[in-house]
Design a protein around this ligand. Sequence first.
Ligand code: UD1
Length: 362
Amino acid sequence: MTGLLHVVGARPNFMKVSPVLAAGTRAGLRQTLVHTGQHYDAAMSDAFFADLGLPAPDENLGVGSGSHGEQTARIMLVFEPVLDRYRPDWVVVYGDVNSTLACALVAAKKRIRIAHVEAGLRSRDRSMPEEINRIVTDQLADLCLTPSRDGDRNLLAEGIPSERIKLVGNVMVDTLLSLRGKARARQVPEALGVAGGDYAFVTLHRPSNVDPPEVLAELLAALDELGRRMPVIFAVHPRTRQRITESGLRTPNGAVQLVEPLGYLETVSLVERSTLVLTDSGGLQEETTVLGVPCLTARGNTERPVTITEGTNRLVASTRVAIGEAVDQVLALRRDGGFHPGQPEGWDGHAGERVVAALRDG
Ligand code: UD1
C-alpha cells in the first residue's frame, strides 16, 4: 500500500492538503499528516483545521517563528527523525512556504521520493522568499504537480524533464468549490454590518509591502481613501499588526474595520459578496478568479498569471494613487457589465483526485 506523508506548516498549506488527504483516504492509502508548526496562533492554524474538517496532525513539530535561516534549519532538524520513523513512499509538500523547502531538502537527502503540489509557479522575483523556495523545491522533487500550463512551461525551461511534470490543476479550488455553500451560511457580511451594499475586503502581509514603513504608510493611506468610498474590512496578519505598531503609523479610520485574521469559511463568505478585494496573498488571487470578484494585487509581479489572463486579477503598485486609480477602473468596469468567474484548465474541483492518481501510478 502506497504511504504518503503530507507536510503542512503555514496557513496557505492547509486548504491545499485538504482535498488530497480526502482523495487519499477514499483510495485507501496509508497517510500521515505532519504540521511543522510554522504557523501556531489559533487564528492562523487551528481555525483552518476546524473549518476544513482536517484531522489533527499525527505530528506537530512546534517550530514557530524565526529568521528564514533559523526557521528553515529548525524544521529540518526536527523533521529528520520523524521521516526516519514513518519511512513513507512519498513526502508530499505544498506551495512555497519555508516548511515546503525544509522538508523537501531532508527527504531528498534520504532518497525518499518527493511530490510537490503547486509546482512550477514563478514570479521571477528572487527578493520574494517564496520564489527561492519554489525553485529549489521543484529541482528536488521527483514529481512536480502543476496547477496550470504556465507551471509546466516554467519547469521545462529550467531543465526539469517532462516525465517529472504533471498538470493536475488547482487543489485549492477543490476546497473552495466544496466549502462555498458552508461558507455562505456563515453570513459574515451581515455580522460585520456590510451586507447589502458595496464593500472591499483587504489582506496585506508580504514583507515587501508591510516591512518598509514608507510602503506601509502608502498602503494605509490608500485604505483611508478607499474607506471614504465604501466600507472596508481589513483582516490584519500578525506580521502586519506588528509593523503597524512598530512604525507608529495611524491606522485608517472611518469605514475601515481592522479585524483579526479570519478563518477559511469567514474569508470565503466575505470575499464572495465583496465589490473588490485588495491583497498581496497568492491564494486570494485564485479564489477571486473562481468567484468572479475583481482582485487588485498590490505587487509588481505574480506567480499566478492565469488569474490575470483568464481571471479577475490585476497588479497594482503599492501606492495610494495607483490603488485609487485601479479602484476607479474596477467600479467603471463593473458598471459596463461586470466580471465573470474564470475557470482555468484543471480548476474544476477534482485536482486532489488527480494528485492521488499520479502518486499511485508513480
Ligand atoms: C508565511 C509564508 C508566506 C505565506 C504566509 C501566509 C514563508 C517564507 N512565508 O509568511 O508565503 O503567504 O505565511 O500567512 O514561509 N506570526 C504570529 N503567529 C503565527 C505565525 C506568525 O504571530 O501563527 C508572526 C511572527 O511574528 C512571525 C511573523 O508573523 O515572525 C511572520 O511569520 P512567518 O511564518 O515567518 O511568515 P509569514 O509572513 O506568515
